[in-house]
Design a protein around this ligand. Structure first.
Ligand code: ZN
Length: 485
């Protein structure tokens, strides 16, 4: 299997390493601060938090705006242009996998590119114009250019009768076809003129080429990895695909500035065929993936929905559930089911990776889904920032979660002898911290992680983690990384 790797130019790499650098002399980016600082910003209960999150949301929305006009598909130049723009923000390695490469039960399809498409009336007016909205063309349409009657055209038109103002998003990747997507209102106008003759043109190509995807890899202290998977195959849809990309980029920018226990791998891949291709090319390295998240539809105003990994009890499932419980907004936890995004491939039985899905509104369950209604107004900066905060807190939990062993397990240790009684730290009262210390001491028996203790006690993880730090400093705990138990 031949895969072409395209490395980033050194000059570009240098650019991305600059702290708080913003391309084009814009204001410094909020995401380019270390994880610990970002966590303090997200958790502190003052005005700094809201202005930080507001700036984060604006930064993420700006990236979505720059990617929105591009016509993407599962292959082709739209994906390459998208990756080029992401590459301006974080260091990427870009891969080109040739058409016809066999990847498990699938074959990498021919590459699709499109330059123009329209339906013109007798007067030469473009009634349907790809240049105005790239959703108008059925994705992967084969080229066509001919005159036809409405009768001949009719079976190639797709609409959403239940949402008559929206243009639907449709594709036909694995069955050769062509078509146009129009609002139901426009479809009705066309149907009202049965004698019209149309010039129909789709200036596309479907040729041997490659499937393009990219990775941003941030090495940590261990080879163990946290995987984030973002889709890059939808055309002008803001929430579906682009919000996930903007969250992945924001998290990578923050993690790039931070010391990291885990290594982090961000994938920017086309849906289904991309994750299957990546899994096939990387099968021998999958043991490194300890936690993973698919990021998509994270910018709409709906509540967060977290879909658990197929395992159901993976540490990522536990971490996100815990964060959401203490986050203070409504949320839903869903059990795994074999439909949705790329978790279907990561959680297929041959891999069963600990990968969950972070979304706000669920796919297929909001009216704007897969239509022109999923636009730049539908995606809200405050929702993007909230999704960033939740993902960031979950990362911090994974980074800090450990199993410890109480060095004084026979009876409680005398805390006052060690200046651990009536200690006030930051936002915690004495009693808060004391209670957290008692929980950590009692359950640090080598079998319970800090996250287990946080869950069992009902105390926020970060308080439990702070208590463990204090106890470690007083030599009452010995550390043992979670993965080593
Ligand atoms: Zn979609």
């Amino acid at each position: 299997m031949k895969t072409l790797k395209v490395a980033l130019k050194p000059s570009a790499k240098k650019k991305y390493a600059r702290r708080a650098a913003a391309p084009g002399g814009r204001s410094p980016e909020s995401s380019r601060i270390p994880l610990s600082e970002a966590i303090n910003m997200v958790r502190s209960l003052d005005s700094k938090t809201s202005s930080y999150l507001q700036a984060m949301g604006e930064e993420m929305h700006a990236l979505i705006r720059s990617l929105y006009p591009i016509c993407r598909s599962i292959t082709g130049n739209g994906v390459r242009e998208t990756l080029r723009l992401i590459n301006e923000q974080i260091p990427l390695q870009i891969f080109e996998v040739p058409s016809q490469t066999q990847v498990f039960d699938w074959t990498v399809p021919r590459e699709w590119n499109i330059r123009d498409a329209y339906i013109k009336n007798r007067q030469g007016e473009r009634l349907v114009d790809f240049q105005k909205c790239n959703l108008h063309v059925l994705g992967y349409s084969i080229p066509v250019h001919q005159e036809m009657t409405l009768d001949e055209l009719k079976s190639h038109l797709f609409t959403l009768p239940e949402y008559p103002k929206y243009i639907p998003y449709r594709t036909s990747y694995y069955r050769e076809s062509w078509g146009f997507c129009v609002s139901h209102e426009q479809w009705q106008e066309l149907m009202a003129r049965p004698d019209e003759v149309y010039e129909v043109c789709i200036d596309s190509s479907l040729e041997s080429g490659s499937l393009t995807y990219a990775e941003c890899f941030l090495p940590g202290q261990t080879e163990e990895e946290v995987l984030f998977s973002c889709q890059v195959c939808h055309p002008s849809l803001a929430n579906d695909n682009l919000s996930g990309i903007s969250l992945g980029v924001a998290l990578a920018k923050t993690l790039e500035q931070s010391p990291r226990r885990y290594s982090y791998r961000f994938l920017f891949i086309p849906g289904i065929i991309g994750s299957i291709t990546w899994l096939c090319l990387n099968e021998s390295h999958l043991w490194r993936i300890k936690h993973g998240l698919v990021l998509n539809c994270v910018g709409d105003p709906g509540n967060i929905h977290y879909k658990k990994s197929r395992r159901g009890d993976a540490e990522i499932d536990q971490a996100i559930t815990h964060v959401l419980k203490h986050h203070g907004a409504d949320y839903s936890i869903l059990d795994f089911y074999p439909y949705g995004y790329d978790e279907r491939q990561y959680c297929s039985p041959g891999f069963n990776l600990p990968v969950g899905v972070l979304t706000r509104s669920q796919h297929g369950k909001f009216p704007e889904y897969h239509s022109s209604g999923d636009n730049l107004d539908f995606v809200r900066p405050e929702a993007l920032a909230d999704s960033y905060a939740v993902a960031l807190l979950a990362i911090a939990v994974l980074e800090k979660n450990s199993v410890y062993i109480n060095q004084n397990p026979k009876g409680e240790p005398l805390l006052s002898k060690r200046d651990l009684y009536s200690v006030r730290v930051g936002w915690l009262t004495d009693k808060d911290l004391e209670m957290a210390m008692l929980w950590v001491l009692n359950f640090s028996d080598g079998a319970h992680s800090l996250l287990d203790i946080a869950e069992r006690s009902g105390i926020d993880f970060f308080r439990i983690s702070l208590a463990a730090e204090k106890l470690k400093q007083a030599n009452l705990l010995t550390g043992q990384q979670n993965g080593d138990k």
